[in-house]
Write a protein that binds this ligand. Structure first.
Ligand code: AKG
Ligand code: FE2
Length: 207
């Protein structure tokens, strides 16, 4: 079963991206999809997750001072991943129709941050390359509390904090990749998310 993103919801998202450059959504991914994603994450965490790297291609390196998550890429062949990717694909088409963003493909990975885990302030788009256009973060943490840490902080271009977001199950954050530095504050508990990026077609694969 593939769920549909409504035209009204796509209108709201497109408007927010034009006006503010980002949006927080709590009702776009159906609960049966988020639960299935979380079950899969739990099942695979100890087997398929690898320490995340920064940079690309030959310059890629694991730098534990900057980020400490372990990741696993979503795949079209997997029936659970496919549900999520289908929703992202509707988002891509809906935004392209409204904003002519030229979004072409989407890459995403599960990420687990163990207690103490963090990702220091960074920008997702590699500067100069029109690679990552729109960033997505979906949270998979039921019962997250204010003192559990692990907040996603989004800054403006002048490094002023715009949003401090609890990584609560079901919340999806979208923001323009080049415009918003952001960080994951140290988490007190195991923290699960899916980070993803819409890219344009002349993306420089592998570098
Ligand atoms: O998990 C998050 O809240 C964001 C992760 C992130 O910024 C990234 O993977 O680039
Ligand atoms: Fe990021």
């Amino acid at each position: 079963m593939v769920s549909q993103v409504s035209e009204a919801m796509l209108d709201v998202i497109a408007d927010a991206l034009v006006e503010k450059g980002y949006i927080l959504l709590s009702d776009i991914i159906p609960e049966y999809v988020s639960s299935a994603l979380l079950v899969k994450m739990h099942a695979e965490q100890d087997i398929n997750f690898k320490k995340a790297a920064i940079g690309r291609g030959v310059e890629q390196q694991i730098n534990s001072d900057i980020r400490s998550d372990k990741i696993s890429w979503l795949e079209e062949q997997d029936h659970v991943d496919r549900e999520y990717l289908a929703i992202m694909s509707q988002l891509k088409d809906g935004l392209n129709r409204r904003l002519f963003m030229g979004l072409f493909d989407f890459e995403s990975h599960y990420a687990v941050y163990e207690p103490g885990g963090f990702y220091k302030k960074h920008v997702d788009a590699l500067s100069g390359s029109q690679n990552r256009i729109l960033s997505t973060v979906f949270f998979l943490n039921p019962d997250w509390h204010n003192n559990d840490g692990g907040e996603l902080i989004i800054y403006d271009e002048a490094d002023f904090p715009l949003e401090v977001i609890n990584p609560q199950m079901g919340t999806l954050v979208l923001f323009l990749s080049e415009r918003f530095p952001h960080e994951v504050r140290p988490t007190m508990k195991t923290r699960n998310s899916i980070a993803g990026w819409f890219r344009v077609s002349h993306a420089n694969h592998g570098f």
